[in-house]
Design a protein around this ligand. Structure first.
Ligand code: HEM
Length: 417
């Protein structure tokens, strides 16, 4: 992939473009651009048992909401052969190298390693469902690899270097010798990349991002609103598997979406965008502001508003995405811990919707609530029109993963623990 043109871009756009490009040339360019950045080293000893325990080492904002790190890479790897015990040990050493090189935090590097049903076939375990189409109007590609590593950091160099170190392209990473890599084991790789942060969507320079009605400068996501409020996120405890061979781990779903931003920004008013994202009441009462700045630690959906979803569809001809999806809460608690991020992969705007939950079945239940066939059935709204944000998104890819606890993260074999 060609590197982005430094002269044509702001610094943050350039760094984002280098993550999308990946590879050793992109890494060299990141290091040059971030030559003033010193990333603290880390220590694999004493890290949490859960790979997905990130909240304590991500930063928070004034309202207790967790702020995602800026850069993201999802590295999907297909293995050349079934891994042996020696490969397990080598992979573990390679991962520990990364933990030694970078502090376990958003300023250093965070990652999870998740495995697919294809991988589990190799070791004769069938506890994880294959991904499937979840709506009538999608024909997604499905994850075809064995494992998916989610790397994230505020520094582009960390996510790009981690990938290259793991795949045997570096002798040193952040000044630490690379002791082991898994290049020989990997048959092919696919990369999904992205970013989150105020200003980054507005700056994005790809076709499909409208100029005429700009995305709010402060918006961290392409569709213009803050997301991931504390009270609409599941806790890390809630998404942790409680029993079985992977107790202490979690499951992960990645739904990659293309977004039609032209339609969203050019056909709809701010009132409609708020009503379709949150609820009609949010729009009428002006509860959201330009990009969500009026909301604090919650999306302000009351139990009553959630329960009135179908009634709102009848009365106002529109339902909100969050309102409709919140119907899947259990005892008032959200089931998903969302760690999604924007993307311009394939030179178009989109979102890699990544969520953690105790069981893939819980993701499916929440996704069904978002699809809202029942809401559309007899209320006069369409199956996608005025039905939250469905009209603007196209599902392009899905994958299901099991993210084991840290001690089982290197090629787990549940029949042999
Ligand atoms: C382009 C795609 C998407 C955008 C722009 C988007 C945006 C948002 C926003 C702005 C909120 C309200 C803020 C908050 O509560 O954090 C929200 C809530 C939520 N979204 Fe999405 N979302 C997208 C896709 C999805 C998908 C694919 C799912 C999968 C089921 C999903 C599940 C949820 C859930 C569970 C909530 C919280 C509901 C509750 O309060 O209980 N979203 N989303």
């Amino acid at each position: 992939m060609t590197l982005p043109d430094r002269a044509a871009l702001s610094r943050r756009e350039y760094l984002k473009g280098l993550v999308a490009a990946g590879g050793t040339a992109a890494l060299a360019a990141c290091l040059e651009e971030e030559s003033n950045v010193e990333i603290p080293a880390g220590d694999p000893e004493g890290l949490p048992d859960r790979q997905h325990a990130w909240n304590d080492v991500l930063s928070g904002n004034d309202n207790e909401n967790i702020v995602p790190a800026r850069h993201h890479v999802l590295l999907s790897l297909s293995l050349a052969r079934d891994p042996t015990d020696e490969d397990r040990e080598r992979f573990e050493r390679a991962l520990e190298t990364l933990e030694r090189a970078y502090e376990w935090s958003h300023e250093g590097l965070l990652f999870t390693v998740g495995y697919t049903p294809t991988y589990f076939d190799r070791v004769g375990w069938n506890g994880l469902a294959e991904p499937e189409a979840l709506t009538d109007f999608e024909e997604p590609a499905f994850e075809g690899g064995d494992l998916l590593i989610h790397f994230t950091s505020d520094h582009s160099q960390a996510v790009v270097a981690a990938e290259e170190a793991l795949l045997g392209e570096l002798e040193e990473v952040n000044g630490i010798e690379v002791e082991a890599d898994i290049a020989e084991l990997v048959d092919s790789r696919e990369r999904l990349t992205g970013f989150v942060g105020a200003g980054l969507p507005a700056d994005a320079d790809v076709s499909g991002v409208p100029d005429s009605e700009p995305i709010p400068e402060e918006a961290p996501f392409f569709m213009g609103f803050r997301s991931g409020f504390d009270r609409s996120q599941a806790t890390e405890d809630r998404v942790t598997i409680e029993e079985g061979p992977f107790a202490g781990g979690t499951t992960q779903h990645v739904e990659s979406l293309a977004i039609d931003l032209h339609q969203w920004y050019e056909q709809d008013s701010q009132f409609q965008r708020v009503a379709k994202t949150f609820s009609h009441e949010h729009a009428e009462e002006d509860m959201v502001g330009e990009y969500g700045e009026k909301l604090e630690d919650s999306n302000a959906l009351t139990d009553e508003r959630i329960a009135e979803t179908t009634e709102d569809a009848r009365r106002h001809g529109v339902v909100g995405h969050a309102q409709k999806t919140a119907r899947a809460r259990e005892d008032g608690e959200p089931l998903l811990l969302r760690r999604d991020f924007n993307t311009t992969d394939d030179d178009r705007p989109g979102l890699h919707f990544l969520s953690l939950q105790r069981d893939i079945g819980e993701f499916v239940r929440v996704r069904d609530a978002m699809t809202g066939d029942d809401v559309a059935a007899d209320t006069g709204i369409g199956s996608i029109t005025n039905n939250g944000i469905l009209q603007y998104i196209t599902v392009r890819r899905r994958g299901n993963y099991l993210v084991p606890p840290r001690e089982l993260r290197a090629f787990p074999d549940p029949n042999n623990e």
